[in-house]
Design a protein around this ligand. Structure first.
Ligand code: ADP
Ligand code: MG
Length: 229
């Protein structure tokens, strides 16, 4: 298998806005190696979230190809895409996107229901993952009983639970105070050190410094791509 977990070739994404066709991603090429730690930066509106949604199989491109683990996922059906997403992708959102009135344990266990695991196995794995993200004593808490940092830890646990090929995080510290943001970045550092491929978006240089490669987008193209480790 290629050491590239991600191979993107000339990816284009247009959106229809009324009569107009808005070109958001204008031809992006990208190779990402297994085990890498990447930060995407760039001005608001440059296309970072649009690209993350494509990489996370939440969306498909208008043109170009996206190979994930060697499989061309750019033209799959919605059902096939959902299966790949559940198996291969861990996605962390700025706004956590947890189920309300649902315990941390059940939030983390949810992706394993789709994966067809037994309840006993789901609970054992969710307990293991929540312990690894520092929430051993918060398993039975619901999101509204947790701090922002704890909610994001639950979301990171949910992203990790099916052992995905890549962890994607779109501004994961954007809704957190700076001290909590640093704690969440320490968690991403640990997840990367465990051997995971981590790809995040941030506006903050201090956050981007955690990554080993910083890719800047501008107006839908890659402006710079710098490896620092
Ligand atoms: P970033 O995350 O870098 O701030 P986005 O990827 O969210 O940027 O958005 C890039 C551009 O694409 C913006 O101008 C935005 O308005 C536009 N855009 C994003 N999604 C859609 C959509 N579904 N329909 C129309 N325009 C969109
Ligand atoms: Mg964005």
């Amino acid at each position: 298998m290629s050491e590239n977990v991600i191979e993107v070739r000339d990816i284009v994404r247009n959106f229809k806005l009324g009569q107009e066709e808005v070109k958001v991603l204008k031809g992006i090429d990208l190779d990402i190696k297994r085990g890498d730690y990447i930060a995407f930066m760039g001005p608001s509106g440059s296309g970072k979230s649009t690209l993350m949604n494509l990489l996370g199989c939440l969306d498909t491109p208008t043109g170009g190809t996206y190979r994930l683990n060697g499989t061309d996922v750019s033209s799959l059906s919605d059902d096939q895409l959902a299966e790949i997403r559940n198996k291969e992708i861990g996605f962390v959102f700025q706004t956590f996107n947890l189920l309300p009135r649902t315990t941390a344990l059940d939030n983390v266990a949810l992706p394993m229901i789709y994966a067809g695991m037994s309840k006993k196995d789901r609970n054992a794995r969710a307990t293991e993952v929540l312990t690894s993200v520092g929430l051993a004593d918060r398993m039975d808490h619901q999101p509204n009983q947790l701090s922002g940092g704890q909610r994001q830890r639950v979301a990171v646990g949910r992203a990790l639970v099916n052992n995905p090929s890549i962890i994607l995080a779109d501004e994961p510290t954007g809704n957190l105070d700076s001290k909590t943001g640093v704690e969440i970045m320490a968690l991403f550092d640990k997840i990367h050190a465990d051997g995971n491929t981590v790809i995040l978006v941030t506006h903050e240089e201090e956050i981007a410094e955690h990554a080993h490669r910083v890719i800047r987008l501008r107006d839908g193209v890659v402006e710079s791509d710098v490896r620092n480790r």
